[in-house]
Design a protein around this ligand. Structure first.
Ligand code: HEC
Length: 183
């Protein structure tokens, strides 16, 4: 190889090195330009978080049902239950349908009906818990918000009176109705 040939190759190698360096430099530039934008975004998020705090302190987004139960109308609740009846039996000895049998549901262990195939979400949520008035109220308010991942395909009952009447009706569908909450 003569020195002219060698120089040509050396130049080609050097050229490649400069090209790579140049690309790196350009990439660096882009990176540095993006970085401040991301930081700004992070600060915005943090600000949004602090402004959301008072709302969290205001408690749950749905009204408690306990104060209404004593004067709730279970006959009206039987009417509300029509929305559930396509999927649930509530009579003594009633079989599972799309949803599990609900006889004696108040204070029953969550996800405990033999032979019903519960979602993993409800089984996990219910581990060691019962369907107290409070739990029923939350679940019937918005099933999919209260137990994320539940397979119960029902939108929920927005009106606290509907939930109170329905829960009063469910309470009566039991061998021994659960005690009403202390006022
Ligand atoms: C479209 C069918 C459907 C409708 C309508 C429906 N459910 Fe359900 N329900 C289900 C299914 C399915 C499950 C099981 C959920 C899971 O495993 O995540 C369930 C679970 C439940 C549970 C938990 C039972 C247990 O053994 O832990 C309660 C309580 C319940 N439903 C009450 C009601 C009430 C009250 C209504 C009416 C307001 C209603 N559901 C409407 C399908 C339905």
């Amino acid at each position: 190889m003569d020195s002219f040939e060698f120089n040509k190759i050396a130049m080609a190698v050097l050229g490649t090195v400069f090209l790579v360096m140049g690309l790196n430099f350009a990439a660096d530039g882009i990176f540095h330009m993006e970085n401040p934008e991301q930081k700004g975004y992070a600060i915005e998020l943090a600000e949004a978080d602090t402004s959301a705090e008072p709302e969290e302190d205001a408690g749950p987004a749905f009204e408690p049902v306990e104060p209404l139960l004593a004067s709730a109308d279970s006959a009206d609740g039987a009417n509300v239950f029509k929305k559930c009846a396509a999927c649930h039996n509530v009579n003594a000895g009633g079989a599972n349908k799309v949803g599990p049998a609900l006889y004696g549901i108040v204070n029953r262990d969550i996800a405990s009906v033999d032979g019903f195939s519960y979602s993993g979400a409800l089984k996990e949520y219910g581990d060691g818990k019962q369907w107290t008035y409070e739990e029923l109220n939350g679940f019937l308010w918005k099933p999919k918000t209260y137990v994320k991942g539940t397979s119960m395909g029902f939108g929920g009952l927005k009106k606290v009176e509907d939930r109170a009447n329905l829960i009063a009706y469910l309470r009566e569908q039991a061998d021994t109705p659960a005690e009403l909450p202390a006022q």
